[in-house]
Design a protein around this ligand. Structure first.
Ligand code: PHE
Length: 449
């Protein structure tokens, strides 16, 4: 059974695909209405908690940071005690409980629910990603396409969720929305339980081998020190990028609700629907952007990871130019609202940035770190993404006193200058990698075996 394949991939891949698709459905569905629920007035027909925007953005920042920071203990839990497969199972159960608790219309239920979700994502997300890799032998070329398929699953879930959970939550009742996210997660858990028969060879607990030699303190060589510097720099890029991009569910969500004219073809688009745009663009542009960079490299142009990340940061920054345009229109228009097309354009640029940064950063980090730290680095990558989410929260909070236009312009200037610096110094920085970026990671792994 575990060796059965379908369309050239082990069947287990499809089990992981649908499990993660539903998990992301629940996560992004709940996230799309999180801030709208907190800030909705208590007197509205669909009553929220009536929080002010600053407090809501603060909690939102902590929440979106913690889900990813918990990936580090989540990974450890799998490595030391449970194995990835059981850790995913546990995470899934915690998520089902968390989302269903949110369906209760009580403040205690809200806090309890999000704690369960933080623990659940922490146990599930890093380990399910590692299991995808575990289905393939090292060096198997199908491994890369498996991750692409898996990433599409993530984004199908992330696309459908704001439309379904968003509609039910925002238009009918917040708690029905949270409940629907819970039903999605339960479906994911059912798929995972049913699919265990296709996962017998992957994600099992392997007691750590004690290798006496490698545990000794080894002084870092000068090459490793140089690489460490670039590694830290790439972490900073990741924080800057998510700090800008993840305005989406917080500040930009509130902005779309209050200051964007959402009527299209006579129909008022619910605010949360705009949260589906990221995933929509990722599905649409994932292949073209990857193709562009491959062509670019074949033409012999500068195509190092740092260069792509620099360009990605600049493009993301320009998304904020469009948002600044919206803020200017808001200030001058009679009804105080700007066209929805600004948002469509801004999210588009953000996703072009994402596709030049996120996958590149992950593989860059794993290439620079010594092989034995590979899973630790996966955890570190999730953790810094989490920190970026918190930064996004702070930026949103700042906008409440500084005004949106100032903040959008500030993010634009910061991202563009930061990206330009990277591009300008790319040759110098590349030297510090000592060739690590030029090597195909598969070759490194095969060599190391
Ligand atoms: N869309 C991605 C996902 O949900 C965003 C992400 C990237 C999250 C990196 C965490 C770390 O998987």
């Amino acid at each position: 059974m575990p060796n059965q394949t379908l369309w050239g991939h082990p069947k287990g891949l499809y089990i992981l695909f649908f499990t993660e698709m539903w998990e992301r459905f629940s996560y992004y569905g709940m996230r799309a209405i999180f801030i709208l629920y907190l800030t909705a007035k208590t007197t509205e027909a669909n009553a929220g908690l009536g929080w002010d925007k600053v407090s809501a953005l603060e909690l939102y920042g902590w929440y979106t940071m913690m889900v990813y920071v918990m990936s580090v203990p989540g990974g450890l839990l799998a490595d030391r005690w449970l194995g990835q497969k059981k850790a995913v199972m546990l995470g899934g159960f915690l998520l089902c409980i968390g989302h269903f608790i949110l369906a209760f219309d009580e403040v205690w239920a809200f806090y309890t629910g999000i704690v369960f979700i933080i623990l659940g994502v922490g146990a599930l997300k890093p380990n399910i990603s590692s299991m995808v890799g575990g289905l393939y032998q090292y060096g198997d070329l199908k491994r890369d396409s498996a991750f692409t398929i898996f990433y599409i699953g993530i984004n199908i879930g992330a696309f459908a969720a704001p439309l379904l959970v968003g509609y039910v939550g925002e238009v009918i009742n917040w708690h029905y929305g949270f409940g629907l996210a819970g039903i999605g997660m339960a479906l994911g858990q059912i798929v995972y339980l049913w699919g265990q028969k296709y996962l017998t060879t992957v994600g099992n607990f392997v007691p750590a081998q004690r290798d006496s030699g490698t545990n000794k303190k080894v002084p870092l060589t000068s090459i490793e020190k140089d690489r460490m510097i670039v590694l830290i720099l790439s972490f900073i890029i990741v924080i800057v990028f998510w700090g800008a991009y993840e305005q989406a569910g917080g500040l930009m969500n509130l902005y779309a609700r209050d200051k964007i004219d959402r009527v299209m073809f006579g129909f008022e688009v619910p605010t949360s629907f705009l949260q589906a745009l990221h995933a929509f663009y990722v599905i649409l542009l994932g292949v073209p952007v990857a193709y562009f960079w491959t062509k670019w490299r074949k033409k012999g142009r500068e195509s190092s990871s740092l260069f792509k990340m620099g360009i990605g940061t600049i493009i993301t920054g320009f998304g904020f130019l469009l948002l600044a345009g919206a803020a200017i229109e808001t200030a001058s228009s009679l009804d105080g609202k700007a066209s929805i097309y600004w948002m469509f354009g801004a999210y588009l640029l953000h996703v072009v940035g994402e596709l030049s940064i996120s996958p590149v950063a992950l593989s860059f980090i794993t290439k620079l770190a010594p092989l034995k730290y590979a899973s630790l680095m996966m955890g570190a990558y999730f953790m810094v993404s989490g920190v970026g989410n918190k930064v996004a929260g702070y930026v949103g909070e700042a906008a409440q006193s500084a005004g949106e236009l100032t903040i959008f312009m500030g993010v634009l200037i910061f991202c563009v200058s930061f990206g330009l610096l990277l591009v300008l110094f790319v040759k110098k920085l590349k030297k510090l990698t000592h060739g690590a970026d030029d090597i195909d990671p598969k070759v490194v792994i095969v060599e190391a075996e």
